[in-house]
Design a protein. Structure first.
Length: 648
C-alpha cells in the first residue's frame, strides 16, 4: 500500500513538473455508424417458416422455441429481427431481455451469430455454403413475478404472444413473410385465437400457414377452465378463468355483450373482420392486459367479473374499448403508426384519434349496450374532466405531445404526474371527440351526429380486414361533409396547442356541467374501492394507498405547498393513528375550523405538517345543467340505437 502511494506521488510530481502547456483538450471525432440491417421491402420472403413452441412448462413459465427458417440458395448471411416496435404498445416494448439461450444450426452444424452492435434487436447469422434452412432455438422466459414484467403463464392459463417468442427475416414487409405456427400446450388446456385452420392432435395444436403480420396480431389465450359464447355477427366471447366457477356468467350478462356487437355495427356501418374473438382472462394471477387486434383482443378482468357483477361495473369499459379498436386503430390506422415491420419506429402524433376516438366510442358503446349504466358512464366523463380541471401540466404540454409518451415513459409511475402529464391522448382525446359530436348536434339542429361521421370514416369496405391508413385531413374533410365547421382549427387548438381551457365543451354543449361533491361518483367509488386507495387528489392533493403511503401529490395543491411528496407515509392525523376515514373526517371538520395536523414519515425522518385547507372533500361529478326530463345532447349520444323494448 505504502509503496503504491509513493509511486503515485512521484508520478504526480513528475507530471506537474514536466507537463507542457497545451492549446486544447483531446477531442475525438465520431465513428460513423454502419447500417447493416436492410430496410423492409414489399417483396415476398421465399418459403414458409415453421414456428414450433413448447408452452407446456407451466411450473417455470418458459416457452421453448424451435424456429425453422428456409433460406434462398447462395445465402451466406441471414439477418433475423426480434420484434421491437409492437403494435398497440405504441413504443419499442419488445421484451428482448427475455430472449435467452439462443443458438442456430444448419444441417446439424452449429452456426456463428453476432448481435448487431447498433440495432441490438438484430442477429446476424453466418451460413455455410449450400445451406437451405436455418434452425433457431431459444427460450422466452416469461416473468415469474410482476417486478420482472407481465406474467403470461400460471398453472391454469397462459397468454402466448408470438412477438415475444419469434424472430423474422429482415428486409421484408412482415405481411410478405409466410409462417406456420405449432404449439404444445399443457394437458387439459383449451386454446382460443383468431388464427384460422386449426389442426389439433392431443396437446399439440397447429394452424394453417399465415403471414407474420397476421400471426403477431393473433395471440392465444389458453386455459384449463374455458367457456365460450356466440355473440352474433361471427363474434365469439372466449373466457378462461382461475377457477371453473368464475365462468358462471348469467344469460343476461352475455346479452349485454351481444348488445355491444350490435351497437358497434349500428354505429360504424361495417365490420372489419371475417370473425372476431374476444380473449378474456378472469384472473388475479396472470398479468393485466387490454390489447387490441384486428380480429381479436386480449383482455384481463378480475376473477369476479361475472360472479360479482355489480362490483365491477366500473371496469366494464375494457371490452368495448378493445372491440372499438378493430375499427379505430387497426383498420383505420394513423399513417405513421402503420409500419411495414416491427423495426421501423412508430410515430404517435395521431394517437389522440387512434386511442382518443376509440376511448370515446368505447364509452359510448358501453353506455348504449348497457354494459355500463349511465351513472357510471357519466362518472367516467366526470373523472376525466375533473382531472384536467386541476392539472398543472396542461400549461406546457399539448395533447398531441402526449402521443410520444409511450416511447419514452413506458407507463412507469412518474413523480408529479400532474405536471408531467402522461398518456392524456386517451381521455382528453375522448373529451374533444365528445365536443365534436355536440358541435354537430347543435349545428344541425339534432339531425346529424358523430354517428354520421363514423359511417363515413369507418364504414367503407365491409369485411375488409386490411389496413386503411389516414392523415388528419381525412378527418377534417369527413367532418365537414357531416357539418361544415372550422374543424382544422378545432383540432389544431384543442389537440395541438398547450395551455388550452379545461376540455368541458362537449359536456356543457351536451347539457351537463362539472360539479364537485363530498363523495366520489359511482365510477370513482368502484375503482377506488377496487384499488383500495384513498383519493384526496382534489382536496388535500394526495392519493394514499392501502399501506398509508402517498402515491401521488398534485402539483400546486395544499399538500404540495406543505411539502408532502410521494413515497412518504402518513402516520397520524391530529395525533391519532392514520386511517382513511379519520383523515376524510378531519378534512371535512377543517372546513369549520378544525385542525389538520398530519404526521408523515419520509425515509428515517418524521415530519409534522399543518395543512391550511378549508375546502372540504372534493370529488368530480357530472350533473344536468338545467332541470327537466327532456334528453340533452349527451343523453342522446349515450342512448341505444338498436330497438329497445320500453320499460314497463
Ligand atoms: Zn386502446
Amino acid at each position: 500500500m505504502k509503496t503504491k502511494s509513493l509511486v503515485a506521488l512521484l508520478l504526480t510530481s513528475a507530471t506537474l513538473i514536466s507537463s507542457p502547456a497545451r492549446a486544447a483538450n483531446s477531442a475525438p471525432l465520431a465513428v460513423p455508424i454502419a447500417q447493416t440491417v436492410p430496410d423492409a421491402k414489399d417483396v415476398p420472403y421465399p418459403g414458409t417458416i415453421k414456428l414450433d413452441i413448447d408452452a407446456s412448462d407451466t411450473v417455470r413459465g418458459v416457452y421453448r422455441v424451435t424456429e425453422t427458417i428456409p433460406v434462398a440458395a447462395g445465402t451466406r448471411t441471414l439477418t433475423l429481427l426480434y420484434p421491437q416496435w409492437l403494435p398497440g404498445n405504441h413504443g419499442p416494448r419488445g421484451p428482448l431481455a427475455e430472449l435467452v439461450d439462443l443458438s442456430f444450426t444448419a444441417g446439424g452444424q452449429k452456426l456463428e451469430w453476432k448481435r448487431d452492435p447498433v440495432e441490438v434487436y438484430a442477429f446476424h447469422v453466418t451460413l455455410p455454403e449450400g445451406a437451405s434452412e436455418v434452425v433457431a432455438k431459444f427460450i422466452h422466459t416469461s416473468p415469474l413475478q410482476s417486478s420482472e414484467g407481465r406474467i403470461t403463464m400460471t398453472p391454469d392459463m397462459l397468454n402466448l404472444q408470438w412477438e415475444k417468442m419469434s424472430l423474422y427475416p429482415a428486409g421484408h414487409y412482415v405481411r410478405q413473410i409466410t409462417i406456420q405456427p405449432f404449439v404444445t400446450l399443457p394437458a387439459g388446456f383449451t386454446a382460443a385465437t383468431a388464427l384460422d385452420g386449426l389442426a389439433q392432435q392431443g396437446n399439440r395444436w397447429a394452424w394453417a400457414p399465415t403471414n407474420y403480420e397476421v400471426l403477431i396480431d393473433s395471440p392465444i389465450f389458453a386455459g384449463r377452465y374455458f367457456r365460450k359464447w356466440d355473440l352474433g355477427q361471427k363474434v365469439t366471447l372466449n373466457v378462461i378463468a382461475d377457477k371453473a366457477e368464475q365462468l358462471e356468467a348469467k344469460p343476461e350478462q352475455i346479452d349485454l355483450h351481444r348488445n355491444l356487437v350490435t351497437e358497434a355495427r349500428l354505429a360504424f356501418g361495417a365490420n372489419h373482420f371475417d370473425h372476431y374473438e374476444f380473449l378474456l382472462a378472469l384472473s388475479d394471477k396472470i398479468g393485466s392486459i387490454g390489447l387490441e387486434h384486428h380480429r381479436s383482443s386480449e383482455n384481463q378482468l378480475e376473477p369476479g367479473a361475472f360472479t360479482e357483477w355489480d362490483k365491477y361495473e366500473f371496469d366494464r369499459n375494457l371490452l368495448p374499448h378493445e372491440y372499438g379498436h378493430s375499427w379505430s386503430g387497426k383498420y383505420r390506422r394513423p399513417a405513421r403508426l402503420w409500419t411495414p415491420d416491427y423495426r421501423q419506429p412508430m410515430q404517435g402524433d395521431l394517437l389522440w384519434t387512434y386511442e382518443g376516438q376509440d376511448q370515446f366510442w368505447g364509452t359510448v358503446l358501453a353506455a348504449r349496450s348497457g354494459l355500463q349504466g349511465k351513472p357510471v358512464v357519466l362518472g367516467m366523463l366526470a373523472a376525466w374532466a375533473g382531472n384536467f380541471a386541476e392539472q398543472a401540466g396542461r400549461r406546457w404540454r399539448s395533447v398531441e405531445d402526449t402521443g410520444s409518451d409511450p416511447v419514452f415513459a413506458a407507463r412507469k409511475p412518474k413523480p408529479f404526474a400532474s405536471l408531467a402529464r402522461s398518456e392524456d391522448y386517451y381521455t382528453e382525446g375522448a373529451l374533444v371527440w365528445l365536443e365534436a359530436d355536440q358541435i354537430i348536434r347543435a349545428g344541425t339542429g339534432g339531425r346529424k351526429s358523430i354517428d354520421d361521421f363514423a359511417k363515413l370514416f369507418f364504414g367503407m369496405n365491409d369485411g375488409d380486414w386490411g389496413q386503411l391508413p389516414f392523415e388528419v385531413d381525412e378527418i377534417v374533410t369527413k367532418l365537414n361533409q357531416v357539418h361544415p365547421y372550422d374543424w382544422k382549427r378545432f383540432f389544431e387548438t384543442r389537440i395541438g396547442t398547450p395551455g388550452q381551457p379545461v376540455p368541458l365543451g362537449g359536456i356543457e354543449k351536451g347539457g351537463y356541467k362539472l360539479v364537485w361533491k363530498d363523495e366520489p361518483n359511482p365510477y370513482d367509488k368502484g375503482r377506488y374501492a377496487d384499488a383500495k386507495v384513498n383519493s384526496l387528489t382534489y382536496s388535500l392533493g394526495v392519493t394514499i394507498d392501502k399501506d398509508a403511503k402517498v402515491t401521488a401529490t398534485q402539483w400546486d395543491s395544499p399538500a404540495f405547498n406543505a411539502g408532502v411528496v410521494s413515497g412518504s407515509k402518513i402516520v397520524a392525523v391530529n395525533g391519532v393513528t392514520y386511517d382513511a376515514d379519520a383523515l376524510k373526517k378531519a378534512v371535512t371538520a377543517a372546513k369549520s375550523g378544525g385542525p389538520l395536523e398530519l404526521l408523515f414519515q419520509r425515509g428515517d425522518r418524521f415530519q409534522t405538517v399543518r395543512i391550511d385547507y378549508k375546502g372540504g372533500l372534493r370529488y368530480p361529478w357530472l350533473e344536468r345543467a338545467a332541470p327537466g326530463k327532456a334528453p340533452t345532447g349527451l343523453d342522446l349520444l349515450l342512448a341505444p340505437k338498436r330497438p329497445v323494448k320500453a320499460k314497463k
